[in-house]
Design a protein around this ligand. Structure first.
Ligand SMILES: *Cc1c(COP(=O)(O)O)cnc(C)c1O
Length: 418
């Protein structure tokens, strides 16, 4: 019971030490039912995807109808209604500078495509020197090689893959005066080589949930424009309401050249991601020359079943009060997590939208901690130096309390383990 299957290889895990993997059999709302019939309240929305809760009837219905009609068809040379509807819907909810959507199958691939798009934008404009990216410390953009190259160098395991992975420029976010000057100089000195800056707007998620302000974001955008450098907003984690607005970058009123979407795009039902470009980017690929076309095309591009899920998910943002629910979660997390501030192992407690973060001074006994949360009836999965809650927006206040109370109960027990 709870042992990994002998034929399975789990993510981010030292398999020799992985001896506790609860087995899920069903989901509903914010609940995960395990094979032993225990129920866990989910504090992670399945890696930040299930924004409407699990098995939302509207998403299930849309997918079932699509399943009977056409679960998949190639997108090379063919089109279909689910993709057309979804592209229009995305363009409708984004600021009106965006007009084209490129669908892919996962977030990392969206980041890869955004990077290829940026490089080729310059090539098509006859600029051949801009072939590098600038990214920020604590950033995370995915696990494929191009995406890894713009992740935080430590967490992205840059040493391990040195020589195989493209070398990029990684600097600190410009928060202090010193850091602002440093970024200014780095851009000035490398502007002829940098194709784009890539960042996670307002919250760097997998790098430890570090927040930055809308002013910082605006500062970066201004510098990018001054130096003739594109800006890629990786909204894969922050998109679709998580930080309180539909997209995080909207809070600083900037217009990134390229936006990557994923995770909650289908409401957590199935994998789908998208790269959205401004007309300026798109137009750079229009010419009489076939070589100027964007050369990318995943086999399952714009999968109709996934598009059907995403269409239903976006409709739910219109018909149900998601952003108000996010506001309520923010308020609940703020009042309920404040108690952790005084705990001796806690460094910081911070909340933004439907995201609550407890940063500890030093992580230890991680496997014990993860198991203890499951015993307590919640699915909370600490990593690095954070214990966080990123629930579905439909979670009830009672369920939020169950999550926060388990944290308040378990941290002092965990402190005694050291
Ligand atoms: C999760 C994530 C990715 C990678 O998405 P996958 O679907 O796991 O490939 C990229 N960028 C950010 C900001 C993410 O949170």
């Amino acid at each position: 019971m709870n042992q990994p299957h002998p034929n399975l290889w789990h993510p981010y895990s030292q398999m020799r030490n992985l001896n506790y993997v609860p087995k899920a059999k069903a989901t509903l709302g914010s609940e995960i039912t395990l094979t032993n019939n225990n129920i866990l309240i989910d504090g992670t929305a399945s890696w930040w995807t299930a924004c409407h809760g699990y098995n939302h009837p509207k998403i299930i219905k849309s997918m079932k109808e699509q399943l009977d009609l056409m679960p998949h068809i190639m997108f090379g040379g063919l089109t279909h209604k689910p993709a057309e509807d979804l592209a229009s819907k995305l363009i409708n909810i984004l600021p009106n500078t965006y007009d084209h959507v490129f669908f892919v199958d996962s977030g990392s691939v969206a980041v890869e495509v955004s990077m290829k798009m940026a490089i080729q934008y310059w090539v098509n404009n006859k600029v051949f020197t801009k072939r590098k990216f600038l990214s920020f410390k604590d950033g995370y953009h995915g696990d494929t090689l191009g995406a890894m190259s713009v992740c935080d160098p430590t967490e992205g395991m840059h040493t391990l893959f040195k020589g195989y992975m493209p070398e990029q420029i990684n600097t600190e976010l410009p928060i202090s005066k010193l850091q602002k000057e440093a970024l200014k100089n780095t851009l000035l000195n490398n502007r002829s080589e940098i194709a784009a800056i890539i960042l996670e707007p307002l919250v760097q998620c997998a790098g430890g949930f570090k927040f930055h302000s809308r002013e910082t974001l605006k500062f970066i955008d201004d510098l990018a424009k001054e130096n003739n450098i594109l800006l890629i907003a990786d909204e894969i984690a922050t998109g679709f309401g998580r930080t309180g607005s539909m997209f995080a970058f909207e809070q600083s009123q900037i217009i990134p050249d390229i936006v990557c979407l994923g995770k909650a795009l289908t409401g957590g039902a199935i994998s789908l991601a998208a790269v959205v470009a401004t007309s300026n980017i798109y137009n750079a690929f229009l010419s009489d020359n076939d070589e100027d076309a964007l050369m990318h095309g995943p086999t399952y591009m714009a999968n109709p079943l996934a598009c059907a899920a995403a269409n239903a998910s976006l409709d739910l943002f219109e018909t149900e009060p998601r952003l108000e629910q996010v506001k309520n979660i923010e308020k609940e997390l703020n009042t309920k997590l404040i108690e952790c501030k005084n705990m001796k192992s806690v460094l910081d407690v911070r909340v933004k939208g439907a995201l609550g973060v407890i940063q500890v001074k030093k992580m230890h006994n991680l496997n014990w901690l993860r198991k203890r949360f499951v015993e307590e009836g919640v699915w909370i999965r600490p990593f690095l130096d954070v214990i966080y809650i990123m629930p579905s927006f439909t979670i009830s206040n009672a369920e939020i309390s169950k999550l926060t109370e388990s944290i308040i109960k378990i941290i002092p027990e965990w402190e005694c383990k050291i």
